[in-house]
Design a binder for this molecule. Structure first.
Ligand code: URA
Length: 210
């Protein structure tokens, strides 16, 4: 993937996103829509995978049929909201390996602090897809990608549902080699770091917390 930002403006993605943004959408429906939309985004994020062939005998003849090359890819969920995207992506790529990165924001330094990190082995040989629904300030995304690179990852893509221009710029500065795939580039952040127009707190909306 050579483009830094890809916006998936497929009608089905945009339609589902409109219902996810609606504050009257229930937790149950929000989760369901997120699962559906993440399957569609997974389709886009896996575009241009390296391919090889496998000798297959159909009932009619033998052919070299195209299959995905290389080691099984690794999905890495940035906790906790990343888990909402993870389920749908796993529907499309059930054999993927899965890792988790947990970060919280230190109230004094405002810097992301790692509290959990568990990723598949041989990260350097895999395509790593980091998932987090909201690319807002970009602080936690940049920190998570830093950690994945420290763990050996060389080929990383970042999948999110919504992105703010501020977060995209921050990621481009820190990790220009990591393409971002999103359903929408929204307008801006508010003073509390929420995306506008956004959809509110993604974690709260998918897990029914407040
Ligand atoms: N995280 C969220 O859940 N929502 C935002 O708008 C920004 C960050």
């Amino acid at each position: 993937m050579d483009q830094h930002l890809t916006i998936v403006n497929h009608p089905m993605v945009q339609h589902k996103l409109a219902y996810m943004r609606d504050e009257n959408t229930s937790t149950n429906r929000f989760r369901q829509l997120l699962r559906e939309i993440s399957q569609l985004l997974a389709y886009e994020v896996t575009r241009n995978l390296d391919m090889t062939t496998k000798r297959v005998k159909t009932p009619m003849q033998e052919i070299d049929a195209p299959i995905v090359a290389g080691k099984k890819l690794a999905l890495v969920s940035i906790l906790r909201a990343g888990n909402g995207l993870l389920d749908g992506v796993l529907d499309l790529i059930p054999s993927a390996r899965v890792g988790f990165v947990g970060l919280y924001r230190d109230e004094e330094t405002l810097k992301p602090v790692k509290y959990y990190f568990k990723v598949p082995n041989k990260l350097d040989e895999r395509l790593v897809i980091a998932v987090d629904p909201m690319l807002a300030t970009g602080n936690s995304s940049v920190a998570a990608i830093d950690m994945l690179k420290e763990a050996g990852a060389k080929n990383i893509r970042f999948l999110c549902l919504l992105a703010a221009p501020e977060g995209v710029a921050r990621m481009k500065e820190a990790h220009p080699d990591v393409p971002i795939i999103t359903a929408s580039l929204d307008d801006c952040l508010n003073e509390k770091g929420y995306i506008l127009p956004g959809l509110g707190d993604a974690g709260d909306r998918m897990f029914g917390t407040k």
